[in-house]
Design a protein around this ligand. Structure first.
Ligand code: SAM
Length: 236
């Protein structure tokens, strides 16, 4: 019954999953609910909300991602959008980064249960990893949902991607104001807004936005600034 529910949602948004992927999503849902009883992973715990707000929402950016990409999900929390994207693109290289270690214990467990390959789960702050030469300018795509305002978020994300790579900011409504305020930050960091895609989730009235920014220039070495500064003093 629940699988039918998820299948219908997938049809609504034109996304196809095979049986293995459907099983993996069921496993994520069960694990998420179980772990959430022990540690605070997510406020979304109702089955239907998990399918729509976590799974469908996380899968929609896949339409803008190429197979085999090297991807980092910054501030992944309980693995969104990174885990659904990794399930969708079995062969992508996925890095999940978060500054809260206990969430990573869950992520390691789920990655093992789902037998995910080419997945790297790391603990720390985006500002520090963005200056680490093993991570800086090494990704095709950096993506993030519900982590920071655009002005701060671009300083977290743009340093991770190679020139010509993209960052995908998953945003709620009223994104235009945030974009306006972050225009010079995007430029300083070497980005250029490519597309703003409005979308809706099944049975939710709110309009969401995917902001896609292409990296057109190398990021100056002083960015990201030290941990805390991008949120305290967003680039203007
Ligand atoms: N992306 C997930 C989602 O949409 O369900 C989690 C969103 S949660 C509201 C924000 C997450 O970002 C938290 O888990 C927090 O630890 C992480 N975070 C915030 N700032 C960060 C930073 N500078 N570096 C790494 N992680 C960060």
């Amino acid at each position: 019954m629940e699988n039918n529910y998820f299948n219908n949602l997938l049809k609504d948004v034109n996304i196809e999953l095979n049986n293995k992927q459907l099983k993996q999503f069921e496993e994520v849902k069960l694990e998420l609910i179980e772990w959430n009883k022990k540690i605070n992973l997510t406020r979304i715990t109702d089955d239907k909300d998990i399918y729509i707000k976590h799974f469908i929402d996380s899968l929609l950016p896949c339409k803008y991602i190429k197979e085999n990409s090297k991807i980092i999900d910054v501030g992944t929390g309980a693995g969104f959008p990174g885990i659904p994207i990794k399930i969708f693109f079995e062969n992508c290289e996925m890095t999940l980064l978060d500054s809260i270690n206990k969430k990573l214990v869950y992520l390691n467990d789920i990655a093992k249960k789902l037998e995910l390959k080419k997945i790297n789960i790391i603990h720390g702050r985006a500002e520090d990893f963005g200056q680490n030469k093993e991570y800086r300018e090494k990704f095709d795509i950096a993506i993030s949902r519900a982590v920071a305002n655009m002005g701060t978020l671009v300083e977290y994300l743009i340093p991770f991607v190679k020139k010509n790579g993209i960052i995908i900011c998953m945003k709620g409504p009223n994104v235009l104001e945030e974009i306006e305020e972050s225009k010079s930050a995007i430029d300083i960091l070497g980005g250029k807004i490519e597309e703003i895609i409005k979308y809706k989730l099944p049975s939710i009235e709110i309009e969401y936005n995917l902001v896609i920014i292409r990296k057109v220039k190398t990021t100056p070495s002083k960015y990201p600034r030290k941990a805390g500064t991008p949120s305290e003093k967003p680039l203007k």
